[in-house]
Write a protein that binds this ligand. Structure first.
Ligand SMILES: CC(C)(COP(=O)([O-])OP(=O)([O-])OC[C@H]1O[C@@H](n2cnc3c(N)ncnc32)[C@H](O)[C@@H]1OP(=O)([O-])[O-])[C@@H](O)C(=O)NCCC(=O)NCCSC(=O)C[C@@](C)(O)CC(=O)[O-]
Length: 453
């Protein structure tokens, strides 16, 4: 028996700001963003959307497209770092919305919980669900990755924003990819990227956005939870490369792989905070784990870094990128960061590209290098199953992304600042955020959603 991903669905924000528009407004050379980081479009939520909406839309599609009987779903585990409540998980919202759609009490026996560890939370949810299915092969589990990657205006993260969700059905003998039970982990507690609760004096609250979730109302201070992270971009890249390299080598040890591990993989799925992150960070592993290593690890620190940079610009590395990394990058260029969903969206992107080239890849291995700030990497691998081609074709990923609606810079800024309260696109056949209960002065913040035909 194998376990893995049996079906996939997604919901990506339908509006975007062209990266060129952002570059011009911010006085950044467009080529840096387009050719240096691989960015083309940046998706963002419309006024009626939040992470529950994206997750619920992806989940509804997964259930409907695959005619899944709700009674067969034993658990819905959510990966997110954009939770909307410090107690009530997104999973709790999803279950109630699915009951609105698929029948009263239809999910009453379904287990649900959110996993949070920055961008790797949905991989943790997947890891857990695979173990569960291995123990209970007759059951079905669903993993939902849903996030809004939102950064401060004018920050270096601004051009990497994105929004959407991926939902995955996890079963025994899956149709798309069987995931082997080998998991290598590298963890280190660091502050590369985080979203702290900020404590501020009450006397300083005049400029606070009334839409922020509030809590911890003490006598003289108030704590607010900000959607946007505190981060150190270049340090986060160092943490990313260190963790993924360490987990990669742990995986080699775990599996007793003696030659180059990446040469055994048809494609490599990495966490992509922006399209070219994987190719910019993988050059070191490419050099160290080549059949004839290009680096020994004994070089002086500056020589070592210079050599990695040279290797990253070499023709051999460019050919490697085109073959093993580029298929997963294509969707990221058109979406931006999906946080927990990024590594899985990379997988959908890759299989869509493989299918378009009519490649026969059943039985081929795919490597996954997941990363979450904070920081942790997990490396695992899977084998493509005969249903991958139909799943890739039916997903219509690039046809869907092609329909994305371009907005202007002014609208982008208003949506970012939550100053625009009407939708850019009229929602059809999808979930919407209907209202947030605001009983001033007690802002309960309860959120209500509805399905619109
Ligand atoms: C990612 C950074 C740091 C990038 O930071 P940056 O300063 O915008 O870009 P850079 O200077 O590092 O790189 C620019 C690239 O463009 C090139 N370039 C320059 N000019 C041109 C030109 N004219 N024509 C062509 N190319 C040009 C330049 O040469 C370089 O390419 P290289 O050769 O070094 O590969 C920034 O966007 C940032 O701070 N982002 C937010 C944090 C982030 O995404 N970190 C990534 C690692 S952490 C992570 O992935 C986890 C995360 C963030 O998803 C959160 C989570 O886990 O929850």
């Amino acid at each position: 028996m194998t376990t893995g991903i049996d079906a996939l669905a997604y919901d990506i924000a339908k509006i975007h700001l062209p990266i060129r528009t952002l570059a011009e407004a911010r006085n950044i050379e467009p080529d840096k963003l387009e050719k240096g980081l691989g960015l083309i479009k940046m998706t963002l939520p419309d006024a009626h959307q939040d992470t529950v909406v994206f997750g619920a839309n992806a989940l509804t599609r997964l259930i409907t497209d695959n005619a899944i009987d709700p009674a067969d779903i034993a658990r819905i585990y959510v990966g997110t770092e954009s939770g909307i409540d410090s107690s009530k998980p997104i999973g709790s919202f999803l279950v109630s919305l699915m009951e609105q759609k698929f029948g009263h009490n239809s999910f009453a026996e379904c287990d649900t919980v959110d996993f949070t560890f920055a961008c790797i939370g949905a991989v943790d949810a997947l890891h857990n669900c695979l173990d569960y299915i291995r123990l209970n092969p007759g059951k079905k589990a669903i993993v939902v990755a849903t996030d809004i990657a939102k950064y401060d205006l004018e920050s270096t993260g601004e051009y990497t924003q994105g929004a959407g969700a991926v939902a995955m059905l996890i079963t025994a003998n899956p149709r798309i990819i069987a995931i082997e039970n080998n998991w290598a982990v590298s963890t280190k507690g660091v502050f590369d990227f985080f979203k702290p609760y900020r404590t501020i004096a009450k006397k300083d609250i005049t400029n606070i956005d009334a839409n922020e979730p509030w809590f911890g109302n003490l006598e003289s201070v108030i704590e607010i939870h900000k959607d946007q992270p505190v981060f150190d971009g270049q340090y986060s890249n160092t943490c990313y490369t260190d963790r993924t390299r360490e987990a990669y080598y742990s995986f080699k040890k775990l599996t007793g792989t003696t030659g180059s591990l990446y040469n055994t993989w048809e494609g490599i799925m990495m966490h992509l905070p922006y399209a070219f992150q994987g190719r910019r960070m993988f050059a070191e592993i490419f050099a160290l784990d080549a059949d004839t290593p290009l680096l020994t690890g004994d070089e002086e620190a500056t020589d070592y870094q210079t050599r990695i940079r040279e290797i990253s610009k070499s023709d051999d590395y460019k050919a490697f990128v085109a073959q093993k990394l580029q298929p997963a990058e294509a969707a990221s260029s058109l979406i931006g960061n999906l946080y927990t969903g990024s590594v899985f969206m990379g997988f959908i992107s890759a299989i869509a590209k493989y299918a378009a080239e009519a490649k026969d890849l059943t039985g081929k291995k795919i490597g996954f290098l997941a990363y979450g700030s904070g920081s942790k990497s997990k490396v695992f691998e899977g084998t493509l199953q005969p249903g991958w081609y139909d799943a890739a074709t039916n997903a219509r990923l690039f046809q869907t992304l092609e329909q994305s609606h371009s907005i202007d810079f002014d609208t982008y800024q208003k949506l970012h600042k939550k100053e625009q309260h009407y939708s850019v696109l009229v929602p059809v056949n999808e979930w919407v955020l209907d209202r947030i209960e605001h009983e001033i002065p007690n802002l309960t913040g309860a959120r209500y959603y509805k399905w619109v035909e």
